[in-house]
Ligand binder design. Structure first.
Ligand code: G3P
Ligand code: CA
Length: 276
């Protein structure tokens, strides 16, 4: 397939290099950096004692050897769990048929422990090259502003909360909640925000985003089914960051449409496809 536009999208590792290594662990993010990802995506939730941790689901049941809601557990409870061994099994409980390009080494406990956002920010600071961070706020309505407040405090500690301009920012905040993004922009107007969407809404159809948001985050299903909406967003001057793009033909479609970031579980494969 020839690419209609010369455009190099950013490659964002979704939950880390999560096809190979267990999602949202230090192991997955280290692998993504080694693989050459431009940016790392992570979901953040608040623990019962107010720490921001990188966990996708409301509960820890799927991705750890524990049970319960993140919001009901303290950081010390989460720290006692293993967030890596599930990746060595297939869904039937037996050993995985495919060998992942990652080895579970129980002696490196930190690699598969619960990951705090603070530790992820340290990893990015120590990466030795610029690695951006796309942080998604989960369950922001339940905590009425506390997720965003804690997030901004933490970013401030790393000097990342108030970039000179959105273009220069190393961090962006993503959410399915327009209200969560509004809270972030009210506190830090230059921090870029991404409005995630998995459904075609009238707003999306018209190429509009919530006030002040410059980046659209549609799912790959929307991109496949409604490429004209993506073109309209681009024509309206918005950036488009697409998730979760794992198949080669979807990478090609994103290139054709000139999207700005490809969010993928397979950063190395996407970089290969882009010839990088
Ligand atoms: O990058 C956005 C994407 O991660 C949103 O969906 O469910 O994977 O958090 P989800
Ligand atoms: Ca996410």
């Amino acid at each position: 397939m020839t690419h209609a536009r010369q455009h190099t999208p950013q490659v964002v590792a979704h939950r880390g290099a999560s096809e190979d290594a267990p999602e949202h662990t230090l192991a997955a993010y280290r692998k993504a950096i080694e693989d050459g990802a431009d940016a790392l995506e992570c979901d953040v939730r608040l623990t019962a004692d107010g720490h921001l941790v990188c966990v996708h689901d409301r509960r820890v049941n799927r991705t750890s050897n524990g049970r319960g809601a993140v919001s009901a557990l303290e950081l010390s409870d989460l720290a006692a769990l293993d967030f890596g061994s599930w990746k060595s099994r297939d869904s039937s409980g037996g050993p995985r048929l495919e060998e992942p390009d990652w080895e579970h080494r129980p002696e490196d406990r930190e690699a598969t422990s619960v990951l705090t956002l603070e530790r992820l920010l340290e990893l990015v600071s120590d990466a030795g090259r610029r690695v951006e961070l796309a942080i998604e706020t989960k369950h922001p309505t339940r905590w009425a502003g506390q997720v965003e407040e804690r997030l901004l405090l933490l970013l401030k500690r790393f000097g990342l909360d108030a970039p000179a301009s959105a273009e220069e920012s190393q961090v962006r905040v993503m959410s399915f909640s327009a209200r969560s993004l509004h809270r972030v922009r009210a506190a830090s107007p230059t921090l870029p925000t991404v409005y995630l969407t998995q459904f075609v809404t009238p707003r999306l159809r018209d190429g509009r985003l919530p006030a002040g948001v410059r980046i659209a985050g549609p799912s790959i299903r929307i991109v496949r089914g409604h490429p004209a909406h993506i073109e309209r967003l681009k024509q309206s001057g918005h950036q488009v960051h697409v998730w979760t793009v794992n198949e080669p033909e979807d990478v090609d479609l994103c290139l054709e449409l000139g999207v700005d970031a490809i969010i993928t579980n397979r950063p190395r494969a996407v970089l290969d496809r882009l010839g990088r």
